[in-house]
Design a protein around this ligand. Structure first.
Ligand code: COA
Length: 320
């Protein structure tokens, strides 16, 4: 027996913001954004929040899995943009869907959040502690962007994706995670007011700050190496993988990974063109798109790989 994904779901806010619209509110252009990143539009919330999007993605995943919320033992949400500091988004999802028997908590691993949540659920399920888990990646990144910094705000979007995990004959064949806290400052957000009256509040720390070129270098070296290690350990050749579902940060990063692995870009489904980078939500949203299009058949091997703030990365190979 192995740990498998039983069903997927996702939610994107109704409000679509194109590159052309952004060029009316800041000094940018569709040509600059799309040629450097592959992003053409993104969904940005007007009324939704991280909890609401998570709940809608979760309900869709439960339906797809044919599992009742009452059967869940565990809910983990990967997010850096929960609506509140406490309760966690996972606890709010638990209450909203009526998963009364589940233990629920959030994980902060930025764009690797869904992979880290999946790996934690995998450990609980594989060891027999729990039977069914709901893992979610959800972000309202528009809340923490500096909308005066055109080099970051044009890259990101909002949304949520979810997967229900349980036991099956086929499933996860290999996994690895990594962190490099020493390089964390290249992608950081110090967005929290200090209410201690004895401490002077720092200013100018309210938004995502990114050294784009350093993050790019990190991604194009770490991700293919991580995928190669996972495939080697699982004794699977890259050419035998049907799809590589990568964190959707930048088309150039994905093209570079495909080249390093000697694999055609056709094996790399893309959602960043219409979603932008949704951090922890991007892999489960992409997985749901591929699943709901009917592109996955029993026995297909897929790789998922996330990377980002922390710095962190996580890769998994599974048989569908
Ligand atoms: N529109 C127009 N011009 C812009 C712009 C925008 N939205 N953002 C930046 N520019 C300008 C810069 O001001 C700079 O102008 P200058 O040369 O006159 O100073 C020029 O474009 C080049 O900027 P630079 O930062 O060198 O561009 P780049 O080629 O490194 O591309 C990224 C920037 C962000 C697209 C690229 O570094 C990248 O994709 N990095 C990875 C980021 C990522 O994926 N992060 C998330 C990981 S989880």
């Amino acid at each position: 027996m192995s740990v498998k994904i039983l069903g997927t779901g996702s939610f994107l806010p109704e409000n679509v913001v194109t590159n052309d619209f952004l060029s009316t509110i800041m000094d940018t252009s569709d040509e600059w954004i799309s040629s450097r990143t592959g992003i053409r539009s993104r969904h940005l919330v007007k009324t939704e929040g991280t909890t609401k999007m998570s709940v809608l993605a979760a309900k869709s995943a439960l339906l797809d899995a044919g599992i009742q919320a009452s059967e869940l033992d565990l809910i983990i949400v990967g997010t850096i943009t929960g609506d509140e500091i406490t309760p966690s988004t996972a606890c709010e999802v638990q209450a909203a869907i009526g998963a009364d028997s589940a233990v629920a908590y959030d994980i902060n691993a930025a764009c690797s959040g869904f992979m880290f949540a999946m790996h934690s659920a995998y450990a609980y399920l594989q060891s027999g502690i729990y039977r069914n888990a709901l893992v979610i990646g959800a972000e309202t990144l528009s809340r923490i962007m500096d909308w005066n910094d055109r080099s970051t705000c044009v890259l990101f979007g909002d949304g949520a994706g979810a997967a229900v995990m349980g036991m099956g004959q086929e499933g996860i064949l290999g996994f690895e995670q990594g962190s490099d806290g020493a390089r964390g400052s290249v992608l950081a957000c110090k967005s929290r007011a200090n209410h201690n009256p004895l401490v002077q509040n720092e200013t100018g720390l309210d938004y995502v700050h990114m050294d784009g070129q350093e993050v790019y270098k990190f991604a194009v070296t770490t991700v293919p190496a991580s995928i190669e290690r996972v495939l080697e350990k699982a004794q699977i050749r890259a050419e035998d993988v049907k799809y590589f579902l990568l964190h959707q940060a930048n088309i150039r990063i994905i093209q570079s990974v495909a080249k390093r692995l000697h694999v055609s870009m056709e094996k790399f489904p893309i959602s960043l063109d219409h979603c932008g980078n949704i951090s922890a939500a991007s892999i489960p949203i992409l997985l749901d798109e591929v699943n709901k299009k009917g592109l996955l058949n029993k026995g297909d091997k897929i790789v998922m790989s996330g990377f980002g703030g922390g710095l962190t990365w996580g890769t998994c190979v599974m048989e569908w």
